[in-house]
Design a protein around this ligand. Structure first.
Ligand SMILES: Cc1cc2nc3c(=O)[nH]c(=O)nc-3n(C[C@H](O)[C@H](O)[C@H](O)COP(=O)(O)O)c2cc1C
Length: 205
């Protein structure tokens, strides 16, 4: 049972990292393996819509996106964290996730549990939270929830750990994720829902 944690902040050891580390500790306590990735502080190239991944089976830009995508093939859960940048997820997180979700085989995403967490100084967390959850709902990924919209406040890691309600939200999220993964594991003899044939319309036909 494995969960991927992705820090979508360009700042390593910042606020988002601190929140994800709270989650990591809880998951490990619950016996879940964790793989921790960071988008890093270099520019992250965005999706150029070339559809090269359809032919290659991976993104044409051979960077960390492909590494995480490969790891997703055997993951049970995926949690992305992002700081709020102008009431949205960070540009780095968005560029990374656009390519990750566009290029990863949808069969691996189907029924993998997903969750997002947001760190911010003050406002825009729920808008960024909605944005990130959309990667899951288009991919048949059940979203794991907590006791609030998963946000934690602070401008520094020291401030983040003082947001006790935010810390609790992170802990509950991690425990819920672990519980649901274990439930799925226990139910592995239950047949998956039958596939419905693909239909693609674009509103003019
Ligand atoms: C470009 C930029 C835009 C930001 N926009 C917001 C914002 O709209 N609302 C907010 O509360 N904080 C905003 N912040 C502050 C960060 O969201 C906040 O400090 C966050 O906790 C930083 O997380 P990190 O250390 O993981 O990068 C912004 C920071 C940057 C660098």
């Amino acid at each position: 049972m494995k969960v991927i944690l992705l820090n979508g902040s360009p700042k390593s050891k910042g606020c988002t990292y601190t929140a994800l580390k709270i989650i990591e500790k809880e998951l490990i306590n619950e016996g879940i393996e964790v793989k921790f990735y960071e988008v890093g502080n270099k520019p992250v190239i965005g999706c150029i819509g070339c559809n090269g991944c359809r032919k290659l089976g991976k993104c044409i830009h051979n960077d960390l996106v492909n590494e995480v995508s490969k790891e997703m093939e055997s993951a049970d859960g995926f949690i992305v964290g992002s700081p709020v940048h102008y009431a949205s997820a960070s540009g780095a997180a968005t560029s990374f996730l656009d390519r990750l979700f566009y290029s990863t085989d949808k069969n691996y995403l189907r029924h993998m549990f997903g969750a997002s967490i947001i760190s911010c100084r003050r406002g825009g967390a729920s808008a960024a939270f909605d944005q990130l959850n959309k990667y899951f709902t288009i991919n048949e990924m059940p979203i794991v929830s907590s006791v609030y919209w998963n946000q934690i406040h602070g401008n520094t890691p020291e401030e983040v750990v003082q947001d006790l309600e935010g810390v609790r939200t992170m802990k509950v999220l991690a425990r819920n994720m672990a519980y649901l993964i274990k439930c799925k594991e226990a139910a592995k003899n239950v047949p998956l829902p039958e596939l419905v044939p693909v239909e693609r319309t674009n509103f003019i036909r």
